[in-house]
Design a protein around this ligand. Structure first.
Ligand code: AGP
Length: 619
C-alpha cells in the first residue's frame, strides 16, 4: 500500500525521489519521508505527516544535497500517521535508512528480542525492526548486501523492503510474498528502484526513449548503484532477470486540463470502451474473437462453472459478470469477494473458469485468492489494467483493460472496461458453447459497438450534476437501489459516494428493501433508484412508490423519454435506451458524476480520499 522510491546516480537525489513519491501517492499518502546521503556519506532525513508536498516543494533549493536517496509515502498499518512513524526508519546508530511496504507479521516477536538485546525504538511501526536487524548484522561484520539478504530468512509476511547504508552508494531492495511490487531500472550511470513504474519517470524523461526495467518476484532482491543492477535470490545466487522495455507513454500521467484525475477518467470512458473492444470483435461477421483466452474450444465446452472474484469496485464488476455469463454463456456462475473466498472450501476444479478482476493486479486478497484457485486446478484468467502486475503473472492468461493509467483512487474507467470485457467474455463463451446463435451473437456485438457513442451521450451534458449534488449533499444517509443486473451498480454508486464524499450510503437489491431498510425511510433519507426500462422496470417502480409513500426523496436514473416516472420522483437523470446488458454501464456514469460533484462541493480530496489507497497490497 505504501510507495517506495530510491535513486542513485550523478544528479541531486532529492527532487527525483520527491517526484517519484508524488507519482506513487496513489498507493498511500498519510505521511512521507526521504533520506539523502550527502557527499561525505552521511544520511539526512526529512519526514512529515500528510502528503509528499509536506516535505518541501520539489523545486526548492532548500533540500538535503546528495546523489543517493530513498523515499516513502505511507499508508499506515502499524502505528498511526505521525512523523515518528513515517519512513525511512533507522537503527540506533542512524546508519541505515529503511523503507517498507507490507507487514512484518512476526514483528512483535522480533521487536521483543531486539529490545532484550538493548535496541531502542523510536516508532510504533513494524518497519523499524528491519533497521535494527540490519544494524546487528552490520555490527557482526556482514557486508550491506549480505546483511540485507539475510532479512529474507527472518521477516515473515508479504512485503517489499528497500534500504541504503551510510558511506555506501548502493540501494538494496527485496520482495517477499506477493503484496509489495518492486521494479528497478538503470540507464547511463543512474538507477531508480520503485514500487511501480511511475517512480521511474525521471529516467525515461531524460532520454525520451524506452528503458529496460526488471520486476522482482517473491524471494528476489536487487542491488543498484551507478554501475548497474544486480539481481539475486535470497541465498545470494545471481539471477538473469528478464528485462522489459518501458516507454515514457506507459508511465506518463497528467490531468489533461481537468480539475481532477477522476473527472478526466470519467470523461475518458467512451474511449476506454473503444480500446477494450479493439481487436476483440469481428464487426463484419458479428462475432467476438478472444485470442487472449488461454482455453481451447474443447476446454471451453467442458466448463461446468465460472467463478468471478474481485474486491471493492472489481467485486461489483464480478457481480455484473455473473449475470452476463449465466445469461449469454449458459454456464452456472458465481461472484465472490476475493477477500472471503480464501477462507471457504472452494470446490474449484479443472472444469471451473476462475475470472479474477482487478484494475491494479496487485490487490493482495485477489492475488491470494487466485493462487488458491490455481492450486485447486481451476483455469485462471485475469481482467486487469496493469501489464506485468502480479495478477497477470499468476493467471494463465489476461484480458487487458487497456485503459491507460487510472490515477484517481476511486475506480471509474477501469470498472467500465471490466464490464465491457465481461460482456465480450460472456458472448465468446456463448458462441463457442453454441448457447448463442449467430444472429444473437451479432446483436450483442452490434450493441457493444454502439456503446462508446451511448456513453458519450450520457457525458455530453453534465450541467445538472452540480445542482443535484447540492441537493444530495444535504442528506447524511443515502440508499441506492437496483434490481437484477443493476443491483451491483447500486452498490457501486453507494461505494463511489462513500469513498470520495464520506457520506454514508448503502447499495441494496431493491427487492430486499422491504426486508429491513424500508424502516429507515423518511424525509431525511435520500434514495437513488436505478429504473431503466428493462424486464424488472415495473418492480422497480413499485419500490420507488414504496419510498415515496414514506416521504423519502427519490432521484431516479431512468430511460430517456420516461416522463411517467419523472412525474413520480423528485429528480430524474436520463440515460439512453439500450439493451438490458448495457444498462449497467450507462447507469454507472451518472452515479460517478453525482459522487464526484458531491465530493467537490464538500471540499473533499477527490483523487486521494482519506484512509484509502489505489493498490491495496495488504490483506
Ligand atoms: C474503488 O473505487 C476502490 N478504490 C476499491 O474498492 C478498489 O476497487 C479495490 O480496492 C480493488 O482494487 P483492484 O481493482 O485494483 O483490485
Amino acid at each position: 500500500m505504501c510507495g517506495i522510491v530510491g535513486y542513485v546516480g550523478p544528479r541531486p537525489a532529492w527532487p527525483i525521489v520527491l517526484q517519484g513519491l508524488q507519482r506513487l501517492e496513489y498507493r498511500g499518502y498519510d505521511s512521507a519521508g526521504v533520506a539523502i546521503q550527502d557527499a561525505k556519506g552521511h544520511l539526512h532525513y526529512r519526514r512529515a505527516v500528510g502528503k509528499v508536498t509536506g516535505l518541501a516543494p520539489a523545486n526548492s533549493e532548500d533540500f538535503p544535497q546528495g546523489s543517493v536517496g530513498l523515499g516513502h509515502t505511507r499508508w499506515a498499518t502499524h502505528g498511526r500517521p505521525s512523523e515518528a512513524n513515517a519512513h525511512p526508519h533507522t537503527d540506533c546508530q542512524g546508519r541505515v535508512a529503511v523503507v517498507h511496504n507490507g507487514i512484518v507479521e512476526n514483528f512483535m516477536e522480533l521487536k521483543a528480542q531486539l529490545l532484550e538485546r538493548g535496541h531502542r525504538f523510536t516508532s510504533e511501526t513494524d518497519t523499524e525492526v528491519i533497521a535494527h536487524l540490519l544494524e546487528e548484522r552490520l555490527d557482526r561484520g556482514a557486508s550491506f548486501v549480505q546483511a540485507f539478504q539475510e532479512l529474507g530468512g527472518i521477516l515473515r509476511g508479504s512485503q517489499a523492503v528497500a534500504a541504503i547504508l551510510r558511506d555506501t552508494r548502493q540501494i538494496c531492495a527485496m520482495r517477499l510474498g506477493h503484496a509489495g511490487g518492486v521494479v528497478a531500472a538503470y540507464r547511463d550511470g543512474e538507477a531508480i528502484v520503485g514500487s511501480d513504474l511511475p517512480a521511474l519517470m525521471p529516467l525515461l524523461k531524460q532520454g525520451g526513449q524506452t528503458v529496460e526495467v526488471g520486476f522482482l518476484e517473491s524471494g528476489e532482491m536487487v542491488v543498484v548503484d551507478s554501475k548497474g543492477m544486480a539481481y539475486q535470490d535470497l541465498s545470494g545466487h545471481p539471477l538473469q532477470k528478464e528485462l522489459r522495455p518501458v516507454s515514457p507513454e506507459e508511465v506518463l500521467i497528467d490531468k489533461g486540463g481537468y480539475r481532477h484525475f477522476m473527472l478526466k477518467e470519467i470523461m475518458q470512458q467512451p474511449e476506454a470502451v473503444a480500446s477494450a473492444l479493439r481487436g476483440r470483435v469481428d464487426f463484419q461477421r458479428g462475432r467476438v474473437v478472444l485470442r487472449e483466452l488461454p482455453l481451447s474450444l474443447r476446454e471451453i465446452r467442458s466448463l461446468r462453472r465460472v467463478l468471478l472474484l474481485g474486491c471493492g469496485t472489481s467485486l461489483h464488476a464480478a457481480q455484473v459478470g455473473r449475470h452476463l455469463i449465466e445469461r449469454l454463456a449458459g454456464i452456472p456462475a458465481e461472484s465472490e469477494s476475493a477477500s472471503e473466498f480464501r477462507y471457504r472450501r472452494s470446490f474449484v476444479d479443472p472444469h471451473t473458469l476462475v475470472v479474477a478482476i482487478g484494475q491494479s493486479g496487485e490487490t493482495a486478497d485477489t492475488v491470494a485468492a487466485m493462487q488458491e484457485a490455481r492450486d485447486h486446478g481451476g483455469r485462471l484468467v485475469a481482467i486487469c489494467n496493469v501489464e506485468g502486475s502480479q495478477a497477470t503473472r499468476v493467471a494463465e492468461g489476461t484480458l487487458h483493460m487497456r485503459c491507460g493509467a487510472e490515477i484517481g483512487v476511486a475506480s471509474s474507467k477501469t470498472f467500465i472496461a471490466s464490464l465491457v470485457i465481461l460482456n465480450l467474455l460472456a458472448v465468446y463463451l456463448g458462441q463457442v458453447r453454441g448457447e448463442l446463435g449467430e444472429e444473437q451473437a451479432a446483436t450483442e456485438v452490434d450493441n457493444l459497438a454502439r456503446l462508446p457513442n451511448l456513453l458519450g451521450q450520457v457525458l455530453s451534458d453534465v450541467t445538472p450534476y452540480p445542482r443535484l449534488a447540492q441537493k444530495l449533499d444535504s442528506f447524511h444517509n443515502l440508499l441506492f437501489l437496483g434490481r437484477g443486473i443493476n443491483a451491483p451498480i447500486a452498490s457501486e454508486g453507494a461505494l463511489k459516494l462513500k469513498e470520495i464524499s464520506y457520506i454514508h450510503a448503502e447499495g441494496y437489491p431493491a427487492g430486499e428493501m422491504k426486508h429491513g431498510p424500508i424502516a429507515l425511510i423518511d424525509r431525511r433519507l435520500a434514495t437513488v433508484a436505478l429504473a431503466p426500462k428493462d424486464s424488472l422496470y415495473d418492480k422497480m417502480v413499485n419500490n420507488i412508490k414504496e419510498v415515496k409513500a414514506r416521504d423519502g426523496m427519490v432521484l431516479a436514473v431512468a430511460s430517456e423519454g420516461d416522463q411517467e416516472l419523472a412525474s413520480q420522483v423528485d429528480e430524474v437523470i436520463y440515460i439512453p435506451q439500450a439493451s438490458e446488458r448495457l444498462t449497467p454501464l450507462l447507469a454507472t456514469l451518472p452515479l460517478q458524476l453525482l459522487a464526484y460533484h458531491v465530493a467537490v462541493r464538500r471540499g473533499c480530496d477527490v483523487d486521494q480520499p482519506r484512509n484509502l489507497a489505489k493498490s491495496v497490497t495488504v490483506e
